[in-house]
Design a protein around this ligand. Structure first.
Ligand code: GDP
Ligand code: MG
Length: 650
């Protein structure tokens, strides 16, 4: 039996979903469209039920693709997702407004249950609801009082589901839903006002207000938190704290995961018989899985904080104050958290766009998020800055290296906003972007809901994006480990021969040299040499070419890859810097000078260079088109940016 879950946003739909299904949840799509569908299951009376969560909406008439699903499914009994019974969650503390959607679903003749939620809030606001009067308004509906936050009403809901019957004779609150209303704004408005009028006429019997006069009060917190000046300061301060936590707490588990997989890889290499399979496992698959799992701490921490901010009611305020600033750019108040998260890592950032219900604004946010400078760029920036930017001070206090680093971050941010502006003009959408929201009550977060959010995000990343990341890392491994003919073996023999004749050189030096010539003669090395003419105008040689290609795995791989090519141990940054600073072209000039180094930094500001981002964008947009488009435009920006930089500076 299928049970649908419908309601206005922020009425407690997710809480009721969690209450009924617990951990038995799955995220997928509504058939044929890219609107997310959460499905959970539960059993009662030895029957199995499937609970389908519909997107939150204020009216049956859709303003976005997401909301349209609600109408498409509920108006069509032939639809594969058509529920046998529908739970419409109604916020008892906002009864009048919530009854609009409820009465519309009622008039679709769907068997339905009203989950009269937030009864505690209504009571606190001194509003009393007369059940009998409400029942008279909607005779065919079962009305159940719930407090999903406290976990109250579960058994009554299940009982109502078991009791639900098909509605035989049509009975309307207002009248049939006009089908043309779906496309006609005038009809929608007329139909909504007719409903409100009728609701208002009847509401006095249902809602007994104990307050003498109802005054609209702004909570004393909101006087500060949505203040046109202090609101922004406080948000900035909270963000600072959150990022401090993410950076300081996430690094430790990330290092542990990283280290563990490196160890596991080399251990497997030792204990398993030498051969292709061992190499694939120890150098391709194990590091690939490590490359997926290493993101878990950042994702988990970020969503832990987001969930707390959301549960407490604060995030709605942030969206409210930021919306004004973001809208002219084609973004949305809800884009702020994803974009700022992307400064830590674009992956949780892209995942956090889920809350943006407007399709176009969500796409733009996803597309520009990786332009924000993430933490994986830091090792690349650091090594290049120490190579080519002098450690000088200007005006006695400003360090030039620090200024350049700041400039790179600023370049990323400004570019993200400009690209958003351009995409706003380019991407066509029928949805009207406007923000309609209410500010929910402040309350203490529920840890169960916070935990479920974190679990859900981690799971989606590991399973859905993980597959693509693993596949790509195996491909990159194969490209770097194999080469055409027996060039690799020949090169290795030459190195071995040199070392036989020269006993002064030690074993480690030999291994580093072998790794270097192997990479040079692999398919990856050949690719790097092939693209040399293309990247020469940017100031790069084939060694940089190889590092560019291999760092598609992740930006920080750039440094490790250079270390391999220059036959330096991966952890020996000093020695690598030394080698790089002496590297000369055939004409005797330095390879890493101000022009080429800066050009490389600009390249890394723009280039996508992260297969995990690619994978998560594929997952979140449910298409290959968007991640490919994103990689292409970021690649073009990177090339042009680096080209211009190099030509100006050299
Ligand atoms: P959704 O947007 O409709 O999915 O709503 P959520 O389930 O995410 O709930 C929004 C907020 O309201 C969360 O902080 C919940 O903990 C809280 N909430 C849900 N049901 C109740 C309730 O009956 N009483 C109170 N006081 N809070 C509730
Ligand atoms: Mg929700």
């Amino acid at each position: 039996m299928k049970v649908g879950l419908v309601g206005n946003p922020n009425t407690g739909k997710s809480s009721i979903f969690n209450l009924l299904t617990g951990l038995r949840q799955q995220v997928g799509n509504f058939p044929g469209i890219t609107v997310e569908r959460k499905v959970g299951s539960f059993s009662a009376d030895s029957k199995d039920f499937k609970l389908i969560d519909f997107p939150g909406t204020y009216s049956i008439f859709p303003r976005s693709k997401d909301e349209k699903v609600v109408y498409d499914v509920l108006s069509n009994p032939e639809h594969s997702e058509f529920p046998d019974v529908c739970i419409v969650v109604v916020d008892a503390s906002n009864l009048e407004r919530n009854l609009l959607l409820f009465s519309q679903v009622y008039d679709l003749q769907v068997p339905l249950i009203m989950a009269l939620n937030m009864t505690d809030v209504a009571r606190k606001n001194k509003k009393e609801i007369q059940r009998e009067a409400l029942q008279k308004m909607f005779p065919s509906a079962q009305i159940i009082e719930t407090n999903a936050r406290a976990g109250l009403g579960k058994d009554r809901l299940i009982e109502a589901i078991l009791n639900s019957k098909e509605r035989k004779d049509p009975d309307y609150f207002l009248g049939p839903i006009p089908e043309e209303g779906i496309n006609d704004a005038l009809i929608q408005e007329a139909e909504a006002s007719a409903r409100y009028e009728k609701i208002q006429k009847l509401i006095d019997k249902v809602l007994v207000r104990k307050l003498e006069s109802e005054e609209i009060t702004i909570s004393k917190w909101d006087r500060i938190l949505v203040h046109p000046l202090w609101g922004y300061f406080i948000f900035a301060a909270i963000l600072m704290v959150v990022f401090q936590f993410i950076f300081s707490f996430a690094t430790l588990p990330m290092d542990i995961i990283d280290g563990a997989f490196v160890k596991l890889g080399s251990w497997l290499q030792e204990v398993l018989p030498t051969g292709v399979f061992t190499d694939l496992l120890s150098q391709g698959i194990v590091p690939g899985i490590g490359g997926v799992l290493v993101f878990i701490p950042q994702i988990a921490f970020l969503f832990f904080f987001i969930a707390i901010l959301e549960e407490s009611g604060y995030l709605a305020r942030v969206v409210f104050i930021m919306d004004r600033l973001m809208r002219p750019l084609g973004l949305n108040g809800k884009s702020v958290v994803p974009l700022l998260s992307s400064v830590a890592c674009a992956i949780p950032g892209v995942m956090a766009t889920r809350t943006i219900s407007d399709w176009k604004e969500r796409m733009i946010t996803i597309l520009v998020a990786p332009l924000m400078s993430c933490s994986a760029r830091i090792p690349v920036y650091t090594i290049l800055i120490s190579l080519v930017i002098p450690d000088h001070y200007v005006f006695g206090v400003l360090n030039v290296q620090g200024l350049v680093l700041f400039g790179l971050y600023a370049l990323g941010l400004v570019s993200a906003l400009l690209v958003a502006l351009i995409l706003k003009k380019l991407i066509k959408s029928k949805d009207k972007g406007f923000l309609l929201m209410e500010l929910p009550q402040y309350q203490r977060p529920k840890w169960g809901n916070v935990g479920l959010t974190v679990w859900e995000k981690v799971r989606v990343f590991v399973w859905d994006a993980g597959k693509i990341i693993l596949a790509l890392s195996v491909i990159l491994w194969a490209l770097a480990s194999y080469g055409p003919g027996n060039e690799m073996e020949k090169a290795v023999k030459i190195v071995e021969h040199q070392f036989e004749n020269n006993t002064n050189l030690d074993q480690e030096e030999k291994e580093n040299q072998i790794a270097s010539v192997k990479l040079e003669n692999s398919y990856m090395g050949i690719l790097g040499k092939t693209i040399e003419p293309v990247i020469a105008p940017l100031g790069y040689d084939w060694k940089i070419g190889i590092s560019l290609i291999s760092s598609f795995a992740a930006r920080e791989v750039f440094v490790g890859s250079l270390a391999t090519i220059y036959a330096v141990h991966a952890d020996d940054n000093e020695k690598l810097l030394d080698r790089l600073s002496q590297e000369k072209r055939s004409d005797g000039s330095l390879v890493y000078n101000l022009a080429s180094g800066t050009s490389l930094m600009v390249f890394y500001v723009y280039a996508m260079q992260c297969m995990a981002t690619f994978a998560i964008v594929k997952r979140e947009t449910k298409s290959w088109r968007w991640p490919l488009f994103q990689m292409a435009f970021m690649g073009i920006l990177a090339y042009l940016g680096a080209f211009i930089t190099y030509q100006i500076l050299s």
